[in-house]
Ligand binder design. Structure first.
Ligand SMILES: Nc1ncnc2c1ncn2[C@@H]1O[C@H](COP(=O)(O)OP(=O)(O)O)[C@@H](O)[C@H]1O
Ligand SMILES: [Mg+2]
Length: 235
């Protein structure tokens, strides 16, 4: 593991203003978030703040918030996000050695919206390949160096079998000393044994077992009987 706690350093803030208005961010200000496993999934409804958090973690580590690897730290010249400016990461002894020098910091930020751009810059996704193929090329080519890998809904571009392949790369990465923080809606990805799942919502943040996740329950019931859900939205 590289990072064992995420918190934010803010002297004063306006609770009515984004991002401080998000329950998960006020929780971060009050208690911080302990990271207890090499793979952490953030789950929760749309708009609860998953992207806000993962982007800030990537920025806090020095990854380009536009997406990409340590090699592209300054490539997009985007200013950091409001939370990214103030987020702090407590590193493990191993993480401190890695974070002690810029050249030793390794990692990758994969963000669905800008992934193709970022992968193109790094030579992983010529425009002739699909979004998902570009992701797979990046996993195959980049997910071996120990480092911090931050992902925002990687499943958006991936088929079922590609999601499974991703878990294989993640396991390899963790064996090599890497760490993953990933926002997701995927019941497949979150089933990775040993991963920590943090659910974000009105309550702030809490750890949840995979089998107790609302998203897993919904998928189970939907697959067993699609009509039980569809009747609520279709005439
Ligand atoms: N740059 C921004 N300025 C103001 N509000 C924002 C900004 N980015 C996101 N938000 C708001 O913060 C909330 C959480 O967004 P986001 O982190 O993208 O949620 P999620 O990824 O969980 O769907 C949303 O209501 C969104 O509209
Ligand atoms: Mg999001």
């Amino acid at each position: 593991m590289i990072i064992e706690r995420v918190y934010a350093n803010v002297a004063s803030y306006d609770r009515s203003e984004w991002p401080w208005s998000l329950p998960c961010v006020s929780r971060l200000l009050e208690d911080g978030l302990r990271i207890t496993a090499p793979v952490t999934f953030l789950v929760g409804e749309n708009g609860t703040g998953k992207s806000t958090l993962v982007e800030a973690v990537a920025e806090g580590f020095g990854l380009d918030s536009w997406g990409g690897s340590h090699d592209w730290r300054y490539a997009s010249h985007r200013p950091k996000s409001v939370l990214g400016e103030r987020i702090r990461l407590d590193a493990t002894p191993y993480g401190r050695r890695m974070m002690g020098s810029w050249s030793a910091r390794k990692g990758f930020f994969l963000r669905a919206e800008t992934a193709l751009d970022a992968l193109d810059r790094e030579g992983f996704a010529p425009h002739s390949v699909s979004h998902g193929e570009g992701f797979l090329a990046a996993f195959r080519g980049k997910f071996f160096q120990p480092g911090l890998y931050v992902m925002d809904e990687p499943e958006a571009a991936l088929s079922f079998s590609s999601c499974l392949e991703l878990l294989g790369h993640v396991e390899q990465l963790v064996k090599n000393g890497g760490q993953v923080i990933c926002a997701t809606h995927s019941p497949l990805l979150t089933a990775l044994p040993g991963a920590d799942i943090v659910e974000i919502g009105e309550h702030g943040m809490r750890r949840v077992a995979w089998s107790d996740l609302a998203l897993v329950d919904h998928w189970r019931r939907y697959l067993a009987d699609p009509h039980s859900y569809l009747r609520h939205v279709l005439d």
